[in-house]
Design a protein around this ligand. Sequence first.
Ligand SMILES: [Zn+2]
Length: 94
Amino acid sequence: MSDAPVMEVCSHCEQPLKKWRSPPFNYSDGLGFGSDFLLVCFNDDCPIYVNGWNTMFDRYGRIGSMRFWRNPRDNDSGVLPVAHKDAMRGDIEE
Ligand SMILES: [Zn+2]
């Protein structure tokens, strides 16, 4: 455990990341994200999110976009697919 302040910014748009409660994903290895929450960029102007609409449609033929996330515990990061603008917002903790 670290008591470093949780004030990280998105590496794509430099807006503060929000603490987001990760749902209880059950991967086959049973580990999930290994963290109770992730730091997620909810900035609607984030290039990941803005460009995600095209990427999702071109690659997967579906409407949706992506949000950038970082795992504060192991510094892993990636993107989560979102179906619409307000997806996942209900689980923002701060
Ligand atoms: Zn961002």
